[in-house]
Design a protein around this ligand. Structure first.
Ligand SMILES: [Zn+2]
Ligand SMILES: [Zn+2]
Length: 263
C-alpha cells in the first residue's frame, strides 16, 4: 500500500516531468526526435518512448514494469514501436522487457554483455523486491561503446558507461541534443555504485569521459527524477561538477543560463 504522501509525491513528480516534456515539444517542434516519459514501478523509473518525428517510428527504453501505462502512452502518441532498448538490466529498468517484446512483437537491443549476470537474475530480482513477475529476456543485440542504433530514420550513438552496473550503456542523438542515460547520472546526483559489480571511480570516469564530451547542451533523461543537461550538472552536481572534481574550464554564458532555466 502506498501512503497518501507517497501518492502525492508521485503525481507531483509525474506532472513536473510532463511539463518539461510538453515545453520541449512545443518550443522545438522541428526536433527530429520526440520523447515521452512514463515513471514505472514502485521505483518510479523513467521508462521513455523516443520516436523519429519523420516516420513516427519509435523505441521504448527501459520497460521496467507497468506495461499497461506504457501501451497507453504509445497509443496516445500514435507511435509505431519498432524495438526495445535497454540501458542496463536492473529490475526497475528491464523487468517487463520480455513481456513487452512479446506483446508488441519487437526485438530488444542492449545492454552491453557484461550485464548478462543481471539479465539472468531478473526473476530472482523480482522476487526479492516483491515485483509483479519479472522475466529474463533474450536480446537480439548486445551493444558496445561506439555502436549505433536506429529509431525510424534517426541514428543514436551508444556509449558504454560502466560503474553503476558493468554493462550499462547510454543512448544519445547529437543533433536533437537528447540522451537517455539510465542510472549513470541524475539531476544533482549519480548512480549507486554499492550494488553488485558497481564501482564508484569507474562511474565517475564514465561520466567524465563518455558523457561530458557529448556537449553541455545535451538534455538527458535520467533513470529516475527530473531531466537536466550535462552543462547544468557540470556546474552544480555535488558529485561530478567540474568544481567537485577539480576540473578547470571556462563555462560559457549559454551553460550558465541553463542553470536558471531548468526546473
Ligand atoms: Zn540501476
Ligand atoms: Zn534505476
Amino acid at each position: 500500500m502506498e501512503s497518501n504522501a507517497r501518492l502525492f509525491k508521485r503525481s507531483d513528480w509525474l506532472n513536473k516531468s510532463l511539463r518539461i516534456y510538453n515545453r520541449i515539444m512545443t518550443e522545438e517542434k522541428e526536433l527530429a526526435v520526440h520523447a515521452f516519459v512514463i515513471p514505472v514501478t514502485p521505483f518510479q523509473q523513467n521508462c521513455s518512448i523516443l520516436w523519429c518525428t519523420e516516420t513516427k517510428k519509435g523505441a521504448v527504453i527501459d520497460p521496467g514494469g507497468d506495461i499497461d501505462q506504457i501501451i497507453t502512452a504509445i497509443n496516445k502518441y500514435d507511435v509505431k514501436i519498432e524495438k526495445i532498448l535497454i540501458t542496463h538490466a536492473h529490475l526497475d529498468h528491464a523487468g517487463a522487457t520480455a513481456e513487452l517484446s512479446r506483446k508488441l512483437n519487437v526485438p530488444i537491443e542492449g545492454p552491453h554483455k557484461d550485464d548478462m549476470f543481471l539479465i539472468e537474475s531478473l526473476e530472482e530480482q523480482g522476487k526479492k523486491y516483491n515485483f509483479s513477475p519479472a522475466e529474463s529476456f533474450e536480446t537480439s543485440r548486445f551493444l558496445e561503446g561506439g555502436d549505433e542504433v536506429t529509431i525510424g530514420n534517426q541514428i543514436f550513438g551508444v556509449r558504454h558507461c560502466p560503474g553503476h552496473t558493468p554493462g550499462h550503456v547510454i543512448f544519445f542523438h547529437k543533433e536533437a541534443k537528447i540522451a537517455a542515460v539510465g542510472d549513470v547520472l541524475f539531476q544533482g546526483s549519480i548512480g549507486r555504485s554499492d550494488l553488485p559489480r558497481g564501482n564508484h571511480q569507474q562511474l565517475v570516469n564514465s561520466i567524465v569521459n563518455e558523457l561530458w564530451p557529448l556537449g553541455d547542451e545535451i538534455r538527458f533523461i535520467p533513470g529516475h527524477g527530473p531531466m537536466s543537461t550535462f552543462g547544468n550538472e557540470r556546474l552544480t552536481n555535488p558529485y561530478v561538477s567540474d568544481f567537485a572534481l577539480g576540473i578547470d574550464r571556462e563555462v560559457s554564458d549559454a551553460v550558465k543560463k541553463q542553470e536558471t532555466s531548468m526546473e
